[in-house]
Design a protein around this ligand. Sequence first.
Ligand code: ADP
Ligand code: MG
Length: 228
Amino acid sequence: MITLTDVSMSYIPGAPALSNINLHIDKGEFVFVVGASGSGKSSLIKLLLKEENPTKGEIIIGDRTLSRVRHRQIPAFRRDIGVVFQDFRLLPDRNVYENIAFAQKVIEVPGKTIKRQVPAMLSMVGLAEKYRSFPDQLSGGEQQRVAIARALINKPKILLADEPTGNLDAKNSWEIMRLLEEANERGTTVLVVTHNLEIVNAMRKRVIVMKKGVIIKDIAQGGYIDEA
Ligand code: ADP
Ligand code: MG
């Protein structure tokens, strides 16, 4: 599903954020990415979204070679990828229902389908009753559940989450990770950047450890780490 071959990336010439990354993630995998601040985790996500381009190497996602995706093809390319961020990034002036429906309207999903699918997705993330609430009326955990619903509504093949529990307490963090795991069990390939080693070690998934732009460990499913 995702293959990086000898990928390097620099924002500033001579100071690589990522160096010689080789990584293969199969369809249906659940992968944690851990590592200290500045180790290149978010840069990896940006490459996968084609928000940044490698200075060297090649990235393949599904059947697309990213260097061959033209500028005008990028929106279509990103439709196959759901994304969740630490700071939720909901539209503040739209309610929960509209935040999710908006993701469908922009790709011209028929209104009837939207009216059916949004409530179903809200039930799945446990927010069926909150559909008329605005983001600032929700807790952080609830806002992140809306963001996950929005990320999944168009059935992406891949879900990328960059520190999705970074602003949440332990209980909400667990609920969010469970939702990501459920999405994975329904077939989505999931990549989660996190600092929460307690959860990483309890969930026993594949764990990729980054340090200074390099993958220093890649531990198969069942992975346990004592530091990152
Ligand atoms: P992480 O997400 O693991 O904290 P990042 O991928 O954000 O790490 O950053 C990796 C490196 O790239 C760091 O040295 C960081 O300072 C640098 N970096 C990140 N974004 C930019 C940017 N927009 N411009 C210049 N340097 C950047
Ligand atoms: Mg980051």
